[in-house]
Design a protein around this ligand. Structure first.
Ligand code: WT7
Length: 668
């Protein structure tokens, strides 16, 4: 039993001993019913991957043309289902049209509640309706000059049109690049430039906690931003399609901008799905790394779809009558794989919610669970810790008895939060699947299968089919059980990234050079005596703030792009709610005095350069940053300083690290 409801900071999971075996009731109805059944399938998937994946691809997907070869592996470049042809939108929509699923809800959408307290709007799209809307939008794309292989940037709020736009691209073979609505104009411009997108799909605005986020205005600004050489960053953009959502006033540039709803008048509802090569690019999604600008992670068609379909089916144990809700925004990979593609490929009902968990009140999620009878809920540990803080009275107001399975993703979950989720939300009856994966992996990699694998709070447990993880030391040798090391994946899997857009060298360098002959995840991990994996978090210079991945180098370069800043170093410190918080150590240019105004200015500056998610929690000013003799910033020392004592009341005092640095010098 728990003593109290207070969330504690991420505590060590080393001493966590509780085990929660699957219940008989759950297992007997699950797709995978026992550990033995899991092991049998897993062994098959490892021993004869070609046979295993050929069988799955045949059973799960509809192909226009069969593949010639299941897997072609020329490390680190992989091709799955070589020579095969299919279409993702066809597999998510058309294939259901002559089945009972045709009139089932594909998407249930709940809008953010209006500011006047009125309940949110509600929209339901059946598979048939969604198919129709996707075909119409695909025709709109074509009408506006988009061809197979062209890149389309999608910058939309969490509305059904986000899924429609993605599927519309997939239908005609255009490559989408979704940019989270919380990112800035600069981020949009950078991503257009990197991918050379031809068209942007956006909305006038999106709602967030009662305010309107001016998406179109950001796009307008993005289209004026210039690179260092004076060229427009977004000069590849020919057209902007604008969805009317918030009804805020926007500027429409004649000849360039068109309204989504007007365009629909010119198209019909028939659009054949393009025959796509199994390895044709499906989407690019930018994510932060430990150096430089975000990387455009590339996912392709056949392997990706098979991976997300299979994981969605088995990890969430999807059944016909489920109302499945993944709370992620489509701007993140979780939204791609587990709001849109995985669920629709399974003919499931996927719920989308536009707004925040605590707007207008902290019971918003639980109200939605009760309203629609949500059966499977997939959310982030950071949200769970926030719910704990807000108190049990909020979920307590609503009937949550429809829930049968809970999931988490994005960061390690501390056992306290796991237990709270299990008891308060799951009523002690719902298994929890703690799913480990990454933007790069496309789909879930390490996870319990809820009817088969006993769970332990804080562990993602065992690998999914076809996944061969290993915990290794700096030399790449496997470490003994119960020893920490680097998490690597030894064999290619269908939904893995195919590369970094336009940069094969960086792909090799970042993922395939740290540990020989392995994919390096960037995560630290430990395997316990039962073989369970316990992910401890990033071991590179990447932070996980409230489940969002933020590269410290990116924030540093945003800070130094401000004229007043001489130098900056960004590190993480543990945070009760967000897992990690961003602490920036800044030295100002000579003559500039630190004060609260500069501090606010810099925080704003980062929000503008990258987006509010990257805004530093603390900014601490220093005379100089502590450095090694060779001039490397002593990050380990800064981390200790950042997470050590509580932040001083006056954060604008200059801190002097020189003495500390000298002391630490000998240890580096
Ligand atoms: C990083 C990937 C995958 C979708 C959301 C984040 C951390 C993710 C877990 C988990 C411990 C986790 C890792 C990983 N992470 N899930 N269940 N337990 N850590 O995608 O932005 O690509 O971040 O999130 O550190 O490397 P992402």
């Amino acid at each position: 039993m728990r003593e109290n409801n207070k969330p504690t900071a991420i505590t060590s999971v080393l001493h966590e001993k509780r085990v929660f075996p699957p219940t008989k009731g759950f297992s007997s109805r699950a797709h995978i019913k026992s550990l033995a059944q899991y092991r049998k399938l897993y062994n098959e998937s490892i021993k004869s991957p070609d046979r295993f994946w050929a069988k799955q691809a045949k059973n799960e997907l509809t192909w226009f043309k069969p593949w010639k070869k299941v897997l072609q592996w020329k490390e680190p470049f992989v091709r799955w289902f070589v020579g095969g042809q299919l279409n993702v939108s066809h597999n998510c929509l058309d294939r259901w049209l002559d089945t009972l699923t045709a009139n089932k809800a594909a998407l249930i959408w709940e809008g953010e509640p209006a500011t006047d307290g009125k309940p949110g709007e509600e929209r339901v799209l059946t598979y048939k309706q969604l198919h129709r809307e996707v075909c119409r939008f695909a025709n709109v794309l074509k009408r506006n000059g988009v061809h197979k292989g062209d890149r389309v940037l999608i910058y939309l709020p969490m509305v059904p049109e986000a899924a429609i736009a993605m599927l519309g691209c997939a239908r005609i073979g255009a490559v989408h690049s979704v940019v989270f609505g919380g990112f800035s104009a600069q981020s949009v411009a950078d991503r257009v430039f990197d991918s050379q997108a031809k068209l942007i799909v956006t909305a006038d605005g999106g709602f967030r906690r009662g305010t309107v986020i001016p998406l179109k205005k950001n796009v307008d600004e993005a289209l004026t931003l210039k690179a260092a050489n004076g060229d427009l960053l977004a000069k590849s953009v020919e057209k902007v399609i604008v969805l009317r959502r918030a009804n805020n006033e926007v500027h429409i540039a004649e000849g360039r901008d068109v309204w989504w709803h007007r365009e629909l008048d010119y198209v019909d509802a028939e659009c054949a799905a393009e025959r796509m090569d199994s390895e044709a690019p499906l989407f690019i999604l930018y994510t932060s790394g430990s150096t430089g600008k975000p990387k455009g992670i590339l996912h392709t068609t056949g392997g990706y779809l098979l991976g997300v379909k299979l994981t969605h089916k088995y990890v969430f144990d999807i059944q016909d009558a489920d109302v499945y809700w993944c709370t992620a925004d489509v701007g993140w990979v979780t939204g791609h794989s587990y709001v849109v593609y995985g669920p629709l490929a399974n003919g499931a009902t996927s719920l989308m919610y536009e707004g925040a968990p605590n707007w207008p009140e902290p019971d918003r999620f639980w109200r939605i669970v009760a309203k629609y009878g949500v059966t499977v809920l997939y959310t982030a540990p950071t949200a769970i810790r926030a719910f704990m803080k807000w108190g049990t009275e909020w979920p307590g107001k609503h009937d949550l008895s429809s829930l049968r399975l809970l999931g988490t993703v994005g960061e390690p979950i501390n056992p306290e939060a796991w237990i709270w989720y299990h008891e308060t939300i799951g009523g002690k009856r719902c298994p929890i699947v703690d799913t480990w994966w990454q933007t790069e992996t496309g789909g879930i990699m390490i996870t319990p299968l809820p009817g088969a694998i006993a769970t332990k709070p804080g562990s993602a447990t065992l690998p999914f089919f076809g996944v061969v993880p290993e915990v290794v030391d700096d030399e790449g040798k496997p470490v003994p059980r119960n020893t920490g090391g680097k998490l690597v994946i030894r064999k290619p899997w269908p939904s893995m990234l195919r590369g970094i857009w336009g940069d094969p060298r960086r792909y090799k360098e970042v993922y395939w050079s740290e540990v020989k002959r392995s994919y390096f995840t960037g995560d630290g991990c430990r395997q316990d005596a039962d073989g369970y994996y316990w992910i401890v978090g990033r071991i590179d210079d990447v932070l996980n703030v409230a489940g969002h991945r933020i590269g410290t180098a990116e924030v540093e370069s945003a800070l130094v792009s401000n004229q007043k800043v001489a130098e900056a170093a960004v590190v993480g410190r543990p945070d009760e709610l967000k897992g990690q918080a961003l602490v920036a150590f800044v030295t100002l240019k000579s003559g500039v005095k630190p004060d609260h105004a500069i501090r606010d200015e810099l925080r704003q500056h980062v929000a503008k350069e990258i987006g509010p998610v990257a805004r530093p929690d603390d900014i601490r000013f220093a005379e100089t940053l502590p450095k090694t003799r060779s001039g490397k910033i002593m990050r380990r020392l800064l981390k200790q300083i950042a997470s050590g004592t509580e932040i001083k009341g006056d954060t604008t005092t200059l801190e002097d690290f020189s003495v500390l640095a000298k002391l630490a010098q000998s240890e580096e």
